[in-house]
Ligand binder design. Structure first.
Ligand SMILES: CC(C)(COP(=O)(O)OP(=O)(O)OC[C@H]1O[C@@H](n2cnc3c(N)ncnc32)[C@H](O)[C@@H]1OP(=O)(O)O)[C@@H](O)C(=O)NCCC(=O)NCCS
Length: 181
């Protein structure tokens, strides 16, 4: 797959900002650390950003009217784990988060629908998401959007933090899936 110019969307927070959902650029990477809260993912984000140049992983950010990064979503179209993303039918959405002040205003649902319509246009028919088992709010939102739990996910993975130290994650999750058509 080759480099993509990604479509954009906007969302009006009721009684609040207009949020722009747009392709991430390299100079957005510091803003995606949220004042240090996600600094431990610096290398991971950089790797995903480099992958995004191939078009196999796509990254959108949500930006408020002041130019602050208030959210992000990553979409894998082709992964070496083909049960997640096979490049043709199935895609995998991950690292989806909004800053707390931007939650529960419909923005997450809007972004999800935007991702789904983008995938449909690209010919994909299935979207996979892993949701942590203790994340009941996110699970409920996905269910309201038509996602169903299809099985357990052990949720063990590793990453190198900003100092180069390997960190192990164990976050048991549910595999959720939606047939887009
Ligand atoms: C999960 C997350 C991305 C969802 O985004 P969000 O903007 O809070 O989602 P929404 O506002 O669309 O939906 C949440 C609730 O707000 C309600 N809501 C409030 N105002 C709304 C409005 N104007 N329009 C639509 N829904 C509204 C919805 O009813 C919805 O309820 P539901 O969960 O019963 O469906 C966000 O909460 C988040 O970043 N959470 C922390 C990180 C995380 O858990 N990420 C997911 C990992 S899998």
């Amino acid at each position: 797959m080759s480099i993509q110019i990604l479509p954009e969307s906007t969302y009006q927070i009721p009684d609040g900002d207009v949020v722009r959902i747009r392709q991430a650029h390299e100079d957005d990477l510091p803003g995606m650390e949220w004042d240090g809260e996600y600094a431990h993912f610096r290398r991971l984000y950089k790797q995903h950003f480099q992958n995004s140049r191939s078009g196999n992983t796509l990254i959108w950010v949500a930006e408020n009217e002041e130019g602050e990064i208030v959210g992000q979503v990553f979409l894998s179209l082709l992964s070496n784990q083909s049960e997640l993303a096979d490049g043709i039918h199935r895609a995998y959405l991950f690292s989806f988060r909004l800053k707390p002040a931007y939650r529960n205003h419909g923005l997450g649902g809007h972004i999800l629908e935007f991702m789904e319509s983008y995938l449909l246009k690209r010919g994909f028919d299935t979207l996979r998401i892993n949701v942590a088992r203790d994340n009941l709010l996110a699970r409920r939102m996905y269910e309201r959007h038509g996602y169903r739990v299809v099985g357990p996910e052990e949720g063990r993975w590793h990453y190198q933090d900003q100092y180069g130290h390997w960190q192990a994650v164990h976050e048991p999750a549910w595999r959720m899936l939606k047939k887009l058509k």
